[in-house]
Design a protein around this ligand. Sequence first.
Ligand code: FES
Length: 172
Amino acid sequence: MASETQKPIPREVLSPERRRFLGRISLVLSAICAVIVGIPVVGFIFGPLIAPEQDVWRAVGAVGNFKAGETVSVSFLDPSPMEWAGVSALTAAWLRRLDSGGFVAFSVNCAHLGCPVRWLPKADLFMCPCHGGVYYADGSVAAGPPPRGLFKYPVRVRNGQVEILASAVPIE
Ligand code: FES
């Protein structure tokens, strides 16, 4: 038995007004679909950029891991890591255990244009390789273009862990 094929509707059956109406309906439905799909995608991509950044305490190691008088590099997660950031969500600080037992944490970012500074223990100085910025051991400016000292993170000890308050580092 031969199958009956569906015949296309002749153009003259659809009046120009009806075709225009169906075209508009199709456009409106397409726009609604685009909005429904697009809003979550746009929110996912741009949400973290416009949401206010929350300061978060991040553990960087047990108190016993740090020797008095030493300045070491520690890494921790950004205050608001984006889902897709991967290892780039990690940031760092220079952490010093004071002889008194307390801790001080300096941003690794130079206060001039944000280059990572290095701690030189023999010179007792932080040096910036970009434009020659130099900082004393307490983070204050010793030489070069930095307009102010290194940013200091608040530090606390909780349950035997040293914690740094991860927050946005102000850069000029
Ligand atoms: S970025 Fe450090 S001195 Fe310019």
